[in-house]
Design a binder for this molecule. Structure first.
Ligand SMILES: [Zn+2]
Ligand SMILES: [Zn+2]
Length: 334
């Protein structure tokens, strides 16, 4: 059983994997190595190579765990957390810990062996977004859980071990520190100004225009004013809404379009870089709040964070967001 342990100084929880504990020799830096199409467990027809599916959008009349699906969600074969059991929050001397309860799932975005989300049509991307939505609604029913992080690692340098395009989710019994920092910061802004900080960002960015990458009826994509890394991109819904899973049906259609376009621009400008994206949304017990606003953050992995960043939480970014926004806007994507 994995464990969640809390840092007593700053209150950050970490997951300690107790099974499959790695030895020093397991951490050798190896060259890029990925499972190709011939051994890919995510390809249609190899359904038996993954744990049984939790959710799939399928053609009528096809049986679970057989071909005929369009998007398929399965438990991670090597989960960071375990679904069954009690949390058993407890102390260990001065330290706090609990059992590593949670969910770790893989969203297989297409039955075809494709490496990029942008090789899908926007209609197909929309179904991937619906899978995120449906899993989140389902996991919210589990009273042991407090947060779901949906994320994508693209490329082995961004943490992906399989090239077949997929995303993941991890459901946690605690609210991660990054998330609560964002909640606290936006609550403070709101209590001072009586306006949502993200709604204010959208207004100002659309007015100025220099950091805007893409816009449609429901979303705007920007390079944030103070990005941690080059080409960091945020996609923010124009209508105020705290939680991703409460968005309107049409917003998911528009999200699929802008996500596709932004990822395509990043691919074109940066020659198909490794990247991560994360959906930032509210913890389960903070729904419908005025001060938080869900959004997606995309981080192309172009530079390595080193001692200064680790030690200070300060970032040195060599590309001004006004410059990266212009590159992305000018990219030819059709
Ligand atoms: Zn595959
Ligand atoms: Zn807002």
């Amino acid at each position: 059983m994995p464990e969640l342990r809390k840092d007593p100084v700053i209150g950050r929880w970490v997951i300690i994997a107790t099974e499959r504990a790695k030895r020093p020799s397991d951490f050798k830096v190896e060259p890029e190595r990925q499972v190709g199409v011939n051994n890919c467990p995510f390809c249609e027809g190899r359904e038996e190579l993954t744990p049984p599916e939790i959710l799939a959008y399928r053609e009528n009349g096809t049986a679970p765990n057989t071909p005929g699906w369009r998007v398929r969600v399965v438990p991670n074969k090597f989960p960071a957390l375990q679904v069954e059991g009690d949390l058993d929050r407890r102390g260990e001397g001065m330290f706090d810990k609990m059992n590593g309860i949670g969910a770790h799932e893989v969203i297989i975005e297409t039955p075809k062996h494709l490496k990029n989300l942008t090789q899908l049509s926007t209609k197909e991307v929309e179904e991937v977004i619906w899978a995120y939505h449906d899993r989140m609604i389902d996991l919210k029913k589990d009273s042991r859980l407090r947060y779901v992080m949906i994320f994508k690692n693209k490329g082995s340098l961004a943490g992906a071990s399989l090239e077949h395009t997929h995303s993941q989710l991890i459901a946690l019994p605690v609210v991660p520190k990054r998330v609560s920092e964002e909640m606290v910061g936006s609550r403070e802004y709101y209590s001072f100004k009586e306006r949502c900080v993200f709604c204010d960002i959208i207004r100002q960015e659309l007015q100025e225009g220099t950091r805007v990458v893409e816009e449609n009826a429901s979303f705007v994509a920007i390079q944030p004013y103070a990005p941690r890394a080059p080409f960091e991109t945020w996609i923010i819904p124009k209508a105020h809404n705290a939680s991703f899973e409460n968005a309107q049906k049409q917003e998911y259609e528009h999200l699929a379009k802008i996500l596709w376009q932004v990822l395509k621009r990043i691919e074109v400008v940066l020659s198909d870089p490794p990247y991560n994206f994360m959906i930032h949304t509210t913890p389960f017990h903070h729904q419908d709040i005025a001060y938080y606003h869900w959004h997606i953050e995309i981080m192309p992995q172009l530079i390595k964070f080193a001692g200064f960043e680790w030690g200070t939480g300060f970032y040195i970014n060599p590309t001004p967001p006004e410059v990266s926004a212009e590159f992305l806007r000018k990219a030819k994507i059709d």
